[in-house]
Design a protein around this ligand. Structure first.
Ligand SMILES: NC(=O)C1=CN([C@@H]2O[C@H](COP(=O)(O)OP(=O)(O)OC[C@H]3O[C@@H](n4cnc5c(N)ncnc54)[C@H](OP(=O)(O)O)[C@@H]3O)[C@@H](O)[C@H]2O)C=CC1
Ligand SMILES: O=C1O[C@H](COP(=O)(O)O)[C@@H](O)[C@H](O)[C@H]1O
Length: 493
């Protein structure tokens, strides 16, 4: 791939922890033919200092690696305040020089790894100061959050669309870089045994859990205005719902896949007004113990209001009103400071009409398909089979497949795939504006209600799976959450 990659926010956490290691991995796999990187941030750094910081971040993420000096020799640094209109002129001159020196064919990727309030102004400057006047392609990679609600997302979209067409905008959702999230489509559409059953005749409910043990850490300022609803549900959780619920696309092209996902968002049942607290539960962590360590409550975290009404946990029941999914609840839950770090999808199939083999008054265990997103990666199918040696008693047996995948969370791997997709011009695993708009419209109805009412927080102890109302959400429908810790799949090494 041939490209000039300009990273705005090159001294920040995301660049160091994810972007530089991911670029190195692409480099080490010979996926970067001709490339150069210009890092942009305010603090004064020489090229040497910047290259050293890139080296350090690769070493700390990936350990000792070959050809690091050669890799970092492609990195340059420009001290530039994105709020200062004058500094774009020298940035353009510098970018043009690098483009010529490296014969980069005028291909340019602008990666905005900065606080969201800068996204719009940077895009406008890139155009007005000529950085987007290139002979090759120009692409804008934009981090989350894409707006704070539908109105602000529309405004941001308007600003970036003055400089980039929709096809040139790559809105990152790092869950779409995860191996097993990408596998959802393959599991569904490449298996004759699943697709015929993938509907309301055979599936009773779907559960998606993304639990974290970490607290809000140093991100209190951002998180206070976001909360779990905007931070995780509006993007990552909704994307997983869309992939699980979409119709098979006519072809596996970006447009066809996106349009099927959008159709799911259009079919979401709006939850409004009083219904919000029947369909959704919010929580905020109190103090507690995680992995034998005492942790503080959210309200005692740095940069968090002592009386904060921000939710660090959200669970909900999402209904999709279309022919395939009518009547099937999609239960989702996500939060910080929970029992374990785990992202899992459980597809629970309907019970068979009667239990011939066991005791007629007892039901067999339902069949489950578990998709393990992280930390382990794989799938498990739970079936009933005869107990060895016994009479005709049935027991659950598990058919498991485990990717040998790396045993780590939010690894550079996801970003590596997404960066490479962007260089190849494949936007399939980035979110289209329509997806963003529909999911904000859905989430806005919930946040409007929650912002008006103060909840008695904290309402769950750190190290637990959220407030008790989360269980009640499913109990009302005759279900329960499958405990994620009991669903582990063995990793084959
Ligand atoms: N960190 C993460 O794991 C994740 C981050 N994100 C998103 O990525 C984006 C970046 O996050 P993160 O790296 O954590 O943020 P940081 O606060 O760590 O980094 C911000 C960067 O922006 C630079 N910067 C700030 N103001 C200016 C300015 N006026 N002009 C030029 N540069 C400026 C800073 O450098 P300097 O101070 O030198 O100017 C720094 O390089 C955010 O949108 C975040 O939501 C998304 C998912 C995960
Ligand atoms: O986008 C975000 O995701 C992380 C969780 O990502 P994961 O890959 O570790 O599951 C979350 O901690 C963060 O608050 C959120 O902004």
């Amino acid at each position: 791939m041939t490209s000039l990659i300009m990273i705005f926010g090159a001294t920040g956490d995301l660049a160091k922890r994810k972007l530089f290691p991911s670029l190195y991995r692409l480099f080490s796999k010979n996926k970067l033919d001709k490339f150069a990187v210009i890092g942009v941030a305010r603090r004064p750094l020489s090229n040497d200092e910047f290259q050293q910081s890139v080296k350090d971040s690769v070493l700390s993420a990936l350990g000792n690696k070959d050809n690091l000096d050669e890799f970092v020799s492609h990195f340059y640094y420009q001290s530039h305040d994105v709020a200062d209109s004058n500094s774009y002129v020298s940035l353009k001159k510098f970018a043009d020089e690098i483009d010529t020196n490296y014969k980069l064919e005028g291909n340019r990727i602008f990666y905005l790894a900065m606080a969201p309030e800068f996204f719009g102004p940077i895009a406008l400057h890139l155009k007005s100061d000529g950085l987007t006047d290139v002979t090759g392609y120009k692409r804008l990679v934009i981090e989350k959050p894409f707006g704070h609600d539908l109105a602000s997302a529309k405004e941001l979209n308007k600003q970036i669309r003055t400089a980039f067409s929709e096809e040139e905008v790559y809105r990152i959702d790092h869950y779409l870089g995860k191996e097993m999230v990408r596998n959802i489509e393959v599991i569904r559409f490449a298996n004759a045994i699943f697709e015929p059953l993938w509907n309301n005749r055979y599936i009773s409910n779907i559960q998606i859990t993304s639990s974290e043990t970490l607290g809000v850490e140093e991100r209190g300022r951002y998180y206070e205005s976001s909360g779990a609803l905007r931070d995780m549900l509006q993007n990552h959780m909704m994307q997983m719902v869309a992939l699980l619920a979409m119709e098979p696309p006519i072809k596996l092209t970006t447009d066809e896949i996106r349009s099927e996902k959008v159709r799911v968002f259009r079919a979401l049942r709006t939850v409004d007004g009083e219904e919000v607290n029947q369909f959704f539960v919010r929580g905020q962590y109190g103090e507690g113990t995680i992995e034998d360590e005492q942790v503080p409550k959210y309200r005692d975290e740095p940069m968090v209001d002592k009386e904060s009404n921000t939710e660090t946990f959200v669970a909900g029941k999402i209904m999709i009103d279309n022919f395939r999914w009518a009547g099937v609840p999609f239960y989702i839950r996500t939060g910080k400071r929970m029992t374990t770090k785990s992202t899992k999808i459980v597809i629970q199939f309907k019970d068979i009409p009667m239990n011939l083999y066991y005791q007629t008054e007892k039901m067999l265990n339902p069949n489950l398909l578990v998709i393990h997103i992280q930390p382990e990666e794989g799938i498990t199918l739970h079936l009933n089979a005869k107990k060895a040696g016994g009479h005709l008693d049935a027991q659950t047996v598990k058919l498991s497949f485990a990717n040998t995948g790396i045993h780590a969370m939010n690894t550079p791997e996801g970003y590596e795939k997404l960066l490479f997709d962007c260089m190849r011009g494949d936007a399939t695993n980035f979110t289209h504006w329509d997806e963003v708009a529909y999911s904000w419209a859905f989430v806005d109805k919930i946040s409007e209600v929650w912002e008006k009412t103060k909840e008695s927080f904290p309402n769950y102890q750190s190290g637990t799976m959220g407030p008790k109302e989360t269980d009640e959400l499913l109990e009302k429908d005759g279900y329960f959450w499958w405990p994620v810790t009991d669903l582990e799949v063995d990793i084959c090494k």
